[in-house]
Design a binder for this molecule. Structure first.
Ligand code: FAD
Length: 354
């Protein structure tokens, strides 16, 4: 039952956690990064990044996304389909999206964290958090139960954050389920990320993404509704068949996970939450990777600025306030928009100039 001391413990080795570890280790802190998954673990994800994301990520982590993390077609157009269908949809002009392989993207970031000097532990799960003078973290791994302590704690452990549930058990954290299927399929598709908006298919968004020799289709749904995610996916496939001659051949994989759907919890004192754990994910598009990296950058900066004197959670909350407000507005939009509004949204997006 050894207990090791660190300046900071980061729980979760997704984009938010690795970026936090990179920043803090580069600033000379002694960092322990705990990831419950194995190296190269898979996270259910569409694996697409908006146009500006690679540059933003490079600025923050100090390295550019390697070619072997990208997946064919590496650049995708952006194609929107409104409730009235393909005839009123189309490709957004001068815009492209980056296509990545999520497992290798996350591993690349964890490797950067290790190279920056963080102690990166795979197959190490945080199962308990106590706060006295310092944070004391209970860890389960192949070595049994161990403890580690630190001055700072960052919960980067995703939408079902263990850190958050220990520190803020009373907070409500609504989620949206996102289900996706990987198919070998034919259809009348271009090399585009397709975003579909129609109430009877999804409260928020449905999508189709070409990935090497397969296609991912997915959609977001509120839990505990009359129509479940499997039924919605069936409806979506029917719509795709009508509009795009979608013809599924072989199902490769099915998966479901959640995204935040209406909470923002930045943390308290020396404990900060970043990425999905904090609720920072776009509910209209499902985009969360870039926001995870950006919120991690803000957390690192808050810890450095506080210099052990001020409250880093307040500095951090102020810094990500703009991001959190934008997400709250999008949340309101998703929860209140009807199909006429969705039709207008797509029309406006197609008129945008990038
Ligand atoms: C189906 C689906 C498709 C999506 N598609 C996209 C997309 O195409 N583009 C995009 O930008 N966003 C997408 N998102 C959102 C995006 O995946 C998240 O917003 C993003 O992963 C958040 O990053 P994070 O680092 O905060 O959390 P995560 O990526 O969830 O990472 C959390 C990490 O913490 C680890 N962990 C959890 N609990 C513990 C514990 N107790 N101890 C130790 N480790 C722990 C987990 O194993 C995981 O590695 C999608 C989401 C879903 C559900």
């Amino acid at each position: 039952m050894e207990s090791k001391e660190h300046d900071i413990i980061v729980v979760g080795g997704g984009p938010a956690g690795s970026t936090t570890a990179i920043g803090c280790a580069s600033a000379g802190m002694n960092v322990l990064l705990l990831e419950k998954g194995h190296p190269n673990r898979n996270k259910p994800c569409g694996g697409v990044l908006p146009l500006v994301a690679p540059e933003t990520i490079e600025d923050i982590v100090g390295d550019s996304i390697p070619d072997d993390v990208r997946i064919y077609p590496t650049e995708l157009g952006l194609y929107y389909v409104p409730p009235s269908g393909r005839k009123n949809g189309g490709r957004v002009k001068n815009y492209s999206i980056h296509n990545i392989e999520r497992a290798s993207f996350d591993q690349w970031l964890r490797d950067l964290a290790r190279d920056a000097g963080a102690d990166v532990k795979h197959n190490f799960q945080c199962v308990g958090v106590q706060k006295k003078d310092k944070f004391k973290i209970k860890i389960e791994s192949g070595d049994g139960t161990t403890y580690a302590s630190s001055d700072y704690l960052v919960g980067a452990d995703g939408v079902r954050s263990t850190v958050r549930s220990y520190l803020f058990p009373q907070k409500d954290t609504p989620r949206m389920i996102v289900g996706q299927e990987h198919w070998k399929a034919n259809g009348d598709f271009e090399d585009c990320f397709y975003g579909f908006f129609k109430e009877e298919i999804s409260v928020a968004y449905a999508y189709l993404i070409p990935k090497a020799d397969s296609i991912i289709i997915g959609l977001g749904a509120e839990p505990h509704k009359k129509t479940n995610i499997a039924q919605l996916l069936r409806k979506f496939k029917k719509w795709l068949e009508i509009e795009f001659s979608f013809s599924p051949k072989q199902l490769m994989m099915k998966e479901a996970w959640s995204i935040p759907f209406g909470y923002f919890i930045p943390g308290e004192g020396n404990a900060l939450l970043v990425g999905d754990a904090a609720g920072l994910c776009n509910p209209l598009s499902g985009e969360g990777i870039r926001l995870a990296v950006e919120s991690a950058e803000a957390a690192v900066s808050a810890i450095q600025t506080a210099e052990g004197e001020n409250d880093p959670s307040q500095i951090y909350a102020k810094d990500v306030h703009g991001l959190a407000s934008m997400i709250a507005e999008l949340n309101e939009f998703v929860r209140t928009v009807d199909d006429e509004g969705r039709e207008r949204f797509v029309k406006d997006e197609l008129l945008r100039r990038f």
